[in-house]
Design a protein around this ligand. Structure first.
Ligand code: NIG
Ligand code: FE
Length: 417
């Protein structure tokens, strides 16, 4: 078999799980750095070692690359896994953002019928092709910043046909883009305005009509719900998740973003793979998540963008919770598709180390999406998904902030950026 050899890599940051598909606590500090490294790949990673070892193998005729790339003065890291996004939507909320800069809060805007509802109206009126095109632009932009695996949620239609339309747009993205795409049904993102006064009726429709149909069409791997103050209650969340599980969907959830409503505990109770946001998670629920093995997906872009306190990342990591970070890319509370910015915010504002942030954005995020057997770290047998950075150390992502450090991006061994 003949593939490509990348050699003279100053620093190959493998984030190897050493046989495990995630890292916790102090394990996150070890990002498996190999200096003066080489990596031989086809669509998969075939071999990893030093440049010296690679040269020996070539001399002995045991490695026969048909292409050799010298990555002098570059470092290589696994490509990013963005495990929480809402990139399928129409319209934009730049005006609401501007109003927030003049003092309006996210909550006030939502209470006046703006916020998620603004995007719901625009999304309901958009065609599947328009949704696909908008999302494609964002996904391709994300790729330029190093993301090759991405989770995408529905949730801006809040009625059956519109949610199916969003999920179909996600399916089209999956067919069109060189990325791993994981679809999530988020029919419980907010209550549709038609059911503002009878929210339980919508919950019943979700459970009895929408979830069965989404499952029947095979359009979503995960079911998500926004369990928070002013949105879905813990009891409603439980009803939705039990229905989703009955139809074979796995669970991930928006939990305790606006207040501590014990949503993180619900995540552990229903066996959710991940509880996301967690700005207000309680100490007791951090313990419960560590015990249950529930991933904490932290979204510092949201805290930054809506000026909220950041999630207690230190406490979460130090308690042994599997921790991931993601963009939450959406038009209202975190409008960025740039994972490098999320890494920056994680170290500066959530006090994570550079090594923890990188692990959270790659291996642990892949684990939360059930794809850590194929991506998230550079290990023999995994897909050749990686970033060649412009500088000789991954530390520069954090040190020289606000710029794009990507030189090129590979997905399944093919250069996509
Ligand atoms: O993840 N928390 C709920 N949903 C999004 C916000 C969506 C929006 O404002 O459009 C979030 O932050
Ligand atoms: Fe979200």
């Amino acid at each position: 078999m003949s593939g490509t050899l990348l050699k003279y890599i100053k620093q190959l940051v493998t984030v190897s799980g050493n046989g495990k598909q995630y890292k916790i606590a102090s394990e996150m500090q070890d990002v498996g750095i190999i200096k003066d490294a080489a990596m031989y790949f086809t669509d998969k990673i075939e071999w990893i070692g030093t440049t010296e070892q690679a040269n020996e193998l070539i001399e002995k005729g045991e490695m026969t690359p048909n292409k050799i790339i010298a990555a002098k003065d570059h470092s290589v890291i696994p490509s990013f896994v963005d495990s929480h996004t809402h990139i399928v939507f129409a319209g934009n909320r730049a005006d609401e953002f501007n109003a927030r800069l003049r003092g309006a809060t996210y909550k006030e805007i939502a209470e006046k019928g703006g916020g998620i509802q603004t995007t719901v109206t625009a999304t309901r009126n958009a065609s599947v092709e328009e949704l696909f095109e908008n999302a494609k632009q964002l996904a391709m932009s994300a790729m330029k910043y190093g993301t090759t695996s991405i989770e995408i949620k529905s949730g801006y239609s809040l009625e059956l046909e519109g949610e199916l339309k969003q999920l179909k747009a996600i399916k089209m993205l999956k067919e069109a883009l060189p990325m791993n795409i994981v679809p999530t049904f988020l029919g419980a993102h907010d209550f549709p305005k038609e059911f503002k006064d009878s929210p339980q009726k919508y919950v019943d429709i979700l459970c009895n009509e929408m979830i069965p149909r989404v499952a029947e069409e095979g359009l979503a791997e995960y079911c998500d719900a926004f369990v928070d103050l002013g949105y879905y209650t813990v009891a409603q969340g439980e009803q939705i998740f039990n229905a989703a599980k009955e139809y074979g969907m796995k669970i991930r959830m928006h939990a305790d973003e606006l207040a501590d409503v014990d949503a993180a505990f619900l995540a552990t109770k229903v066996g959710a793979v991940s509880a996301d946001h967690l700005l207000f998670v309680s100490d007791k629920n951090i313990e419960a998540m560590a015990k249950a093995g529930t991933v904490a997906t932290l979204l510092p872009g949201t805290a930054y963008f809506i000026r909220m306190p950041y999630a207690p990342a230190r406490k979460i990591i130090d308690s042994g919770v599997i921790t991931a970070i993601a963009t939450d890319c959406n038009p209202g509370s975190s409008f960025t598709e740039n994972m490098q910015l999320i890494l920056s915010l994680s170290v500066i504002n959530m006090k994570m180390t550079a090594e923890e942030a990188l692990t959270a954005a790659t291996l642990n995020a892949a684990y939360s999406l059930g794809i850590a057997d194929k991506v998230g770290s550079l290990e023999v047998g995994k897909e050749a998904d990686f970033i060649i950075l412009n500088s000789d150390s991954f530390n520069n992502i954090f040190y020289h902030f606000g710029i794009n450090h990507v030189s090129s991006v590979y997905h399944k061994g093919i250069k996509v950026v």
